[in-house]
Structure formats: structure tokens, C-alpha cells
Design a protein around this ligand. Structure first.
Ligand code: 0O2
Length: 209
């Protein structure tokens, strides 16, 4: 086992545990008659190449990674509506199995790129054979529209190594505006959408009986 594998192993554990916990929340909502604020949950441990690139870019010494790099473990919660994000943020803040130490609201203050998302950094305890380790985990909460935009922009950034050509950049800015308007429009009809979803669930349950 390499030293990276050993270092990243508790982060893997944190991501897996948090995915189980958050997916179970989603299932609980689905079993209740309440609207489900979680569409899906994903998680990943940052690849070593990305850790090294970010450490260099942010001048983080490699022996300080655990304290200074907040997104080695990352969880993403994707919602249907912007109001669902508030529900999730409240839920995360009130949990007792981890502590929120920082929040970054890129929805109120979108990034220059057009990026929108709500970021929370938590300390999450994992229990290993060497005892308890408190790890930093970044939780990103966003709508499907925000996620669609961020995923596309992330791929383009990768393709152009962070130097996206000006014409594509301005298209991305317009796409970010369109994603923002999509979220706004969906918010206006969310009552209708929720009712439709309840009818679908009730009909499905009726058929299963
Ligand atoms: P990954 O793992 O490939 O997603 P920095 O890394 O300097 O931008 P900082 O201060 O460490 O930022 O934290 P921040 O901005 O709260 O979180 C960084 C992560 O947020 C990024 O991870 C992305 O997942 C996401 N993000 C932030 N800004 C943008 C953006 O403009 N476009 C997209 N698509 N995503 C963004 P990484 O490191 O990119 O890696």
C-alpha cells in the first residue's frame, strides 16, 4: 500500500459513511408524504494529481494537507428547487454527528465564472484502528440546473487547462444566466410540480398494493 493510499483511506471511509447517511435521509423523505429535498447524492475522494495541483496553486505544504485542504473528501447533494437547498443546509447544520466549521454561499454571491452552489465544510469523525480522526469534508449543495452548468464548465476547464477561450467563456456566462432563470421559473411552479410528484407516488403505491 502506498503512503497516499494510507493517507486517503480514512477520507474514503468518510465519503462512504456520509453517502450512506444522506441517501438514507432521502429514503426517509421518500417513505413519508413530504417532498424529498434530495434528488441525488454523490461523493468522491480527490484524485492525488488534483491534490498535488491544488497544493501547489494554494501553497499548501504536503504535511499540512489534512488541516488546510478542505475538499479532499467531497460530497455533493443535488436538489430540484433552490428552496430545497435551504432545507438541506438547515438539516446539515442541526446534525450532531458532524460539525459545520465554514459555509460559502456562492448562490447569493455567484463566482466570476458564473458558478453557483452552497458549500459547507464540516469536520467528520471517522473511527479507525488507530482511533478517532476528525477529517475535513466539503459538502456542496446545488440544484440540478446549477449542477448541469458546473459539470459542463468543469469539463471545459479541464479540456482547456483552466484557459477557456473568450467566446466559449461568454457562452458559459449566458448558460449560467439561463440556468439561473430556469431555477427561478421552476421555483414559481414548484407547488404544481410537487403535487404532480405526489400523485405519481400515490398511483405507484396504489398499483403495488
Ligand atoms: P473537483 O474535485 O474536480 O471538483 P478553489 O479550488 O481555489 O476554486 P476553494 O477555496 O478551495 O476553491 O474552495 P471552493 O471554491 O469552495 O471549492 C472548490 C470546489 O468547488 C471545486 O473543486 C469545484 O468542485 C467547485 N467549484 C468552485 N468554483 C467553481 C467553478 O467556477 N466552476 C466549477 N465547475 N466548479 C467550481 P475543484 O478543486 O475544482 O475540484
Amino acid at each position: 500500500m502506498s503512503s497516499w493510499d494510507t493517507f486517503l483511506s480514512p477520507y474514503k471511509q468518510a465519503v462512504e459513511e456520509l453517502k450512506v447517511k444522506l441517501k438514507s435521509l432521502r429514503e426517509q423523505y421518500q417513505m413519508s408524504s413530504k417532498h424529498t429535498p434530495i434528488e441525488f447524492v454523490t461523493g468522491r475522494v480527490k484524485p492525488v494529481t488534483s491534490i498535488l495541483e491544488k497544493a501547489q496553486r494554494k501553497n499548501i505544504p504536503l504535511d499540512q494537507l489534512a488541516d488546510q485542504m478542505q475538499d479532499i473528501a467531497g460530497i455533493r447533494i443535488v436538489c430540484q428547487f433552490v428552496t430545497d437547498i435551504d432545507t438541506i443546509v438547515h438539516l446539515v447544520r442541526t446534525r450532531i454527528d458532524f460539525d459545520v466549521i465554514e459555509e460559502r454561499d456562492y448562490i447569493k454571491e455567484k463566482k466570476e465564472s458564473g458558478y453557483r452552489s452552497y458549500h459547507m465544510v464540516v469536520t467528520y469523525p471517522v473511527h479507525t484502528i488507530d482511533g478517532k480522526k476528525d477529517l475535513l469534508v466539503e459538502i456542496q449543495v446545488r440544484t440540478m440546473a446549477m449542477n448541469f452548468w458546473a459539470t459542463i464548465e468543469h469539463s471545459l476547464n479541464y479540456k482547456y487547462s483552466g484557459e477557456i477561450p473568450a467566446d466559449i467563456k461568454s457562452r458559459l456566462q449566458r448558460a449560467a444566466e439561463a440556468a439561473f432563470r430556469l431555477d427561478e421559473e421552476m421555483s414559481k411552479i414548484q407547488g404544481e410540480v410537487r403535487e404532480a410528484q405526489q400523485i405519481i407516488i400515490r398511483n405507484r403505491e396504489g398499483r403495488a398494493d
